[in-house]
Design a protein around this ligand. Structure first.
Ligand SMILES: *Cc1c(COP(=O)(O)O)cnc(C)c1O
Ligand code: SF4
Length: 443
């Protein structure tokens, strides 16, 4: 049995393998780790990272701060204040830099509803069928991804944190008041950071006969990649699996939305056993990841990931485009290249693996998939479609943007054929305006 040991800025020197870190590596961890959250653990350091190649080891890059994850001017500023500044100056500079890193991308604040005059800070409701819940004890992870788009959840930016602070009964009432909601997605952080009884307290109210409308319960988690012992040898592993049994026995579909970034994460005996144990309960495992420079920007890696996932009984679900936040400049890939990676990987695998969709951007309006690059009437363009939309009517209709080889996000794209705006933009601005007015009303 492995006992969970986390490593942060305070104690990473105790990682036995850290002797192979150079002075420059340590300096980078110290500087960048003050701005972006840093945490890893003894499963990642012992079983996933290959310490003899840390200059470009994907899992090292996934957890450990590297110098280039901060822009040069930000790096220099923090480094200088660490030697010459006082605590207050350092703290102020770090705050300022964090605010420049776009802490809440894609207008997530617009998804927080107000119910009976109360803002539900731990709930996002963007798509008609699906409500996201952010249980308070699940707002941390077993390790932190350096590209994390939810990093403010861990960064002591209380105004930016999504978390259930209000009475949970209110959340249940909200769901009842929205009978079209069929899906609950627990997210974070990592909800699987919670112990079995906290998980049960959040999930069991959804199993009551009064909530027949709920068909699918999903848990978004990176625990299979960061701490698979959660389902094998942790003290309450069996209790967690019994809870999964209960969900299924209550007639709900349970899907673990597993976050895997690299095939290595699917290679250990611990993860294989964990997947097997989850599958034995009747739960499905669906997989997703952003496409990231320095980690998985090779078609073969994706093809291999999907093959291994299917081989282990998981269903490939999404390839995402990394959001515009945090260390985005370090990880970003032009949309055109992401589409090429997707296409080449998709071409390599059999139909069984082609349940995956992507690359997909979660923008204000919805999940926008880059279907391909094409040419119509002499104009080169991106063919796009909504996988999910704030308005469900937008979904699954192809639309077109001018080809732009450098664009890394939807806001850098323009409509094709000289049109002034995309077909949904007018309606979207009305949505956002209404959301703002609702907010103003609340204060
Ligand atoms: C991705 C996402 C969902 C789930 O969408 P599906 O297409 O059902 O997987 C729900 N809410 C938000 C805000 C999302 O980003
Ligand atoms: S597991 Fe998810 S929420 Fe946690 S650090 Fe990684 S990307 Fe962020």
């Amino acid at each position: 049995m492995k006992k969970y040991q986390s490593y942060t800025l305070q104690n990473y020197g105790q990682i036995p393998q850290s002797v192979s870190l150079s002075r420059e590596d340590r300096q980078a961890i110290e500087v960048v780790g003050r701005v972006l959250p840093f945490k890893t653990n003894n499963y990642v350091t012992e079983e996933l990272i290959q310490w003899d190649q840390i200059e470009d080891d994907p899992i090292f890059t996934l957890n450990f701060p590297r110098r280039k994850m901060l822009l040069p001017q930000h790096y220099k500023e923090v480094e200088a204040l660490m030697t010459n500044g006082n605590d207050q100056q350092l703290r102020t500079a770090i705050e300022k830099i964090r605010m420049e890193l776009n802490p809440n991308p894609s207008g997530q604040e617009y998804n927080i509803p107000e119910f009976n005059g109360i803002r539900l800070h731990g709930l996002q409701h963007k798509y008609r069928e699906t409500v996201l819940l952010f249980p308070r004890p699940g707002q941390t992870c077993h390790a932190y991804c350096t590209f994390c788009f939810r990093w403010p959840q861990f960064s002591n930016l209380p105004d930016m944190k999504f978390s259930i602070k209000e009475d949970y009964e209110l959340y249940i009432k909200y769901i009842k008041a929205h009978p079209k909601v069929t899906d609950i997605l627990f997210t974070g952080g990592d909800p699987m950071f919670m112990n079995a009884s906290l998980l049960r307290a959040h999930i069991e109210p959804l199993l009551s006969p009064a909530l027949k409308q709920i068909r699918h319960i999903r848990i978004g988690t990176k625990v299979l990649a960061y701490w698979p012992y959660r389902f094998t040898t942790d003290e309450d592993a069996d209790e967690v699996l019994r809870l999964f049994d209960n969900i299924i026995r209550a007639g709900k579909h349970l899907s673990i939305m597993a976050h895997f970034n690299h095939p290595i994460e699917l290679s250990t005996s611990a993860v294989k056993e964990a997947i097997q144990r989850i599958r034995n309960t009747g739960a499905q495992i669906r997989t997703q990841s952003p496409v990231l420079r320095h980690i998985n920007d090779q078609p073969e890696l994706w093809a291999e990931m999907w093959r291994r996932q299917v081989g282990l009984g998981c269903i490939p679900y999404y390839m995402f485009v990394a959001r515009d936040t945090g260390a985005k400049h370090y990880f970003e890939i032009p949309l055109a290249q992401s589409q090429t990676i997707f296409r080449k990987a998709y071409q390599k695998v059999s139909g069984i693996c082609r349940t995956v969709r992507g690359p997909s951007m979660s923008d204000h309006a919805g999940k926008i998939q880059i279907l391909g690059i094409s040419e119509v009437a002499g104009e080169k363009l991106f063919v796009l479609r909504f996988i999910q939309g704030r308005n469900p009517d937008w979904v699954a209709k192809p639309f077109f943007a001018k080809y732009n080889p450098a664009a890394t996000w939807f806001d850098q794209l323009e409509p094709a054929f000289g049109e002034k705006e995309f077909f949904f933009e007018h309606e979207l601005s009305n949505y956002l305006r209404d959301a703002l007015e609702r907010d103003l009303g609340a204060y």
